[in-house]
Design a protein around this ligand. Structure first.
Ligand SMILES: Nc1ncnc2c1ncn2[C@@H]1O[C@H](COP(=O)(O)OP(=O)(O)OP(=O)(O)O)[C@@H](O)[C@H]1O
Length: 369
């Protein structure tokens, strides 16, 4: 794997408190779409600013295209950054905005014009060169900001939540646009967001951050299906958490005791018997059954508290009839299910008693944090 960008034990401290970015190791493949996902304040922007050269790490090394970036200013790096507010020049035309960085680098007017025209094709907005940026829609401005960043031919484009100011519809459209733009140009995109849907939809790989640390780096499907920490399971997509304890774990499988009974046949986990651990089950893995027969989590009897019809799906919010307290490990107060509207759903309403079931293949076991 060729590493376009390598972070080696990168740490950033602003003061005496905990590090804003804490000992981060990352390898970002050249030509890939890489997202850094995490809640507000987890250190995403700080990490991106260090890659772009706007901040020097307190410790660690950043290597881009094989070159150590220590001491290099932003304009000396093969990177370009797009900020949340885009920072386009309002009094300039689209062409002047896109050509700005080229002018600064002393590229002649005729060559600038050619390059700007090519970039307008790349962003699929030919013919707007002479418009003022203030006359453009939000999505068009977004694309102009990208063209301006690409004009200086960076190896790596750094994007700091660039879609956050757009309305939902446009944001969803721009996801596909950005993804296809990245593939067309072959430039490495490092994209930061707190929106897991955005990260899953666009990225080749996603790094999930929490409190300055990287929790997991994986392709979107792996992140969703095989989260490695309870934080990732809860932050990426929705997940029901059923607390319990590891009863046995050998090479073949694991058994977890929960307040609703034991569940055997789980994929083995490197945790000793007695460890507090939870089962994480996605809402779409819950099946509707008759409200009886507990046993090995055959069916958890629940009361329907709320339901939302979404066309292809029915979203159920339920409360277990018994809280399902696992000895000392906590209770389950709510179970959410997303049922496929396949024409066979029984009539459901608030207050109806049903059973929700899942099997060992539907659950991921993770140690409590
Ligand atoms: N220049 C600074 N001086 C002091 N503390 C800072 C500075 N920049 C960031 N921090 C702190 O570092 C931590 C990480 O901030 P950062 O902006 O990187 O998080 P983030 O994940 O990008 O959050 P958001 O999505 O809200 O922008 C926060 O606790 C923040 O207060």
């Amino acid at each position: 794997m060729s590493h376009g960008v390598a972070l080696d034990h990168v740490t950033m401290r602003f003061g005496a408190g905990p590090a804003a970015v804490d000992d981060v190791d990352l390898g970002i493949e050249a030509g890939s779409f890489f997202s850094i996902l995490g809640p507000s304040g987890c250190g995403k922007t700080t990490l991106l600013r260090m890659i772009g050269g706007f901040l020097e790490p307190s410790q660690g090394r950043i290597v881009i295209g094989g070159q150590d970036m220590a001491g290099k200013r932003p304009e000396q790096r093969p990177t370009a950054m797009i900020f949340q507010n885009l920072a386009l020049f309002p009094l300039m035309t689209v062409a002047e905005n896109i050509g700005f960085g080229l002018e600064v680098r002393g590229i002649k007017a005729a060559d600038r014009r050619k390059r700007v025209a090519r970039l307008l094709d790349v962003i699929a907005l030919p013919g707007i060169a002479d418009k003022k940026v203030t006359d453009l829609s939000g999505g068009q401005r977004q694309r102009v900001a990208i063209a301006r960043a690409l004009a200086v031919e960076p190896q790596v484009l750094l994007l700091d939540e660039p879609l956050s100011a757009l309305d939902l519809k446009l944001r969803q459209h721009m996801r596909a646009e950005l993804r296809s733009l990245q593939k067309r140009t072959g430039v490495t995109f490092i994209y930061i967001t707190h929106d897991q849907g955005e990260a899953l939809a666009m990225s080749d790989k996603v790094a999930v951050m929490s409190a300055g640390r990287v929790q997991q780096v994986a392709a979107p499907a792996e992140l969703y299906d095989r989260p490695r920490t309870a934080f990732v399971a809860g932050f990426v997509g929705e997940a029901n958490r059923i607390p319990g304890r590891i009863m046995t774990c050998d090479a073949g499988d694991a058994t977890v005791e929960t307040g609703f009974g034991p569940l055997a046949g789980l994929a083995p986990v490197p945790l000793p018997a007695g460890t507090r651990a939870s089962l994480f089950v996605r809402p779409e893995r819950m099946r509707l059954t008759a409200a009886e027969g507990l046993g090995a989590i055959g069916a958890i009897p629940v009361l329907v508290e709320d339901l939302r019809f979404e066309g292809p799906f029915l979203h159920l919010v339920t409360r277990p009839i018994e809280a399902g307290a696992a000895a000392g490990a906590g209770t389950t107060s709510e179970i959410v299910a997303q049922l496929v509207n396949d024409g066979n759903l029984p009539p459901l309403a608030r207050g109806v008693r049903v059973g929700l079931a899942f099997g060992p293949a539907d659950a991921v076991v993770l140690a409590d944090e």
